[in-house]
Design a protein around this ligand. Structure first.
Ligand SMILES: [Zn+2]
Length: 344
């Protein structure tokens, strides 16, 4: 199978996307549309220029700028509708979408009307064959009190399709232990937990996410490349890394882990896979990183994994999704039928 044939087959598979930020998926054309709604003339070139940056703080700044256009519940509904279109086009049938609830509260927005609007978009999505679940996250640098607020809201918003609680933002800003109360509360109230860790931080940050914050999945986790014992622990405890390789390249996280400029083919994805570290592939902030889920699979091919190995990874996303056992079996059955048909 050539690389093109492999990519084509992987595109056809019905996939799950487990690490995808709603705000980071907003394409420049949609920002232009949002700006127009709010009476601001913004050109596509101006919007696209905002998506160019060279380091992690630059990315966070761009993220903040994009979210400044999410002012009304209808704005969130629009971007969720666009996301559904994009996911449907890539044969993504299930996505857990991270929503920056911490940013929403920081801006003084009312979460309930927003999540009502998101739930409407999710209903429409289901009709298009894409199921969305929401994973509100806290912004680490906003600190533990803001985090507790987000946790309380996340639990209250379960009726709108919230399934998980997570943490993103600046990993190096505040110690994990400060967030124990928020994650305890979320877990005790039935939310599943994921934490961005070991993206720009070290292996210890991954351990702390697992030991202190109930993390059932780790966002990125590339710092595990430095620590074989940690990789064995991840495998033993069956805690997957949500790998987003293009993101790691674009934010400079990969270079930070190496302490020097790094190329995509140095990414530890292949090492993790070969060692049996559980993992999934995701696009993180696809608009901001100029990628797609298909782009992540293409990157996997470029790193030397073959179509069958990448199909195994695609399958794992359903195994680690925060869904019921019955739903998992249904998705896996459809996935396996498609996989057989495609011969990968
Ligand atoms: Zn992320």
């Amino acid at each position: 199978m050539t690389r093109d044939e492999s990519l084509h087959a992987l595109q056809q598979l019905p996939k799950a996307e487990l690490h995808l930020h709603l705000e980071g998926a907003i394409r420049p054309a949609t920002v232009v549309e949002l700006a127009r709604r709010h009476g601001e003339a913004l050109t596509i070139e101006e919007a696209a220029a905002r998506y160019q940056y060279s380091d992690f703080p630059g990315f966070l700044e761009a993220f903040k700028w994009v979210t400044s256009y999410l002012r009304e519940p209808g704005d969130f509904e629009l971007v969720a509708e666009r996301l559904v279109e994009e996911l449907a086009g890539q044969n993504v049938v299930y996505a857990e979408v991270i929503v920056a609830l911490g940013v929403m509260l920081w801006r003084g927005q009312q979460p309930e009307p927003v999540f009502r609007a998101l739930a409407r978009a999710a209903d429409a999505g289901r009709k298009a064959g894409v199921r969305l679940a929401w994973a509100p996250d806290i912004t680490r640098q906003f600190g533990p009190e803001a985090a507790m607020d987000v946790a309380r809201w996340a639990v209250r918003l379960k009726e709108f399709g919230v399934v998980a609680f997570g943490m993103g933002g600046d990993e190096l800003s505040v110690a994990a232990r400060e967030f124990r109360a928020a994650f305890d509360y979320a877990a005790e109230n039935g939310l599943r937990c994921t934490v961005h860790a070991g993206e720009v931080g070290g292996p210890e940050d991954i351990r702390q996410a697992m030991e202190l914050l109930h993390a059932e999945r780790i966002g990125h986790g590339i710092a595990a490349m430095h620590d074989a014992e940690l990789r064995r622990t991840l495998a033993r405890q069956d805690v997957p890394l949500e790998v987003c390789s293009v993101s790691n390249l674009r934010t400079g996280a990969l270079a930070k882990q190496f302490g020097r400029p790094a190329k995509l083919d140095e990414h530890p994805l292949k090492l993790f896979f070969r060692e049996g570290v559980p993992l999934t592939l995701s696009s993180d902030d696809p608009a901001m990183f100029h990628t797609t889920l298909a782009g992540e699979y293409d990157a996997g091919l470029a790193m030397g994994l073959d179509a069958t190995e990448l199909a195994d990874i695609a399958q794992a996303a359903f195994s680690y999704a925060f869904i019921s056992q019955a739903q998992r079996e249904k998705y896996l059955a459809a996935f396996n039928r498609s996989r057989d048909d495609l011969g990968i």
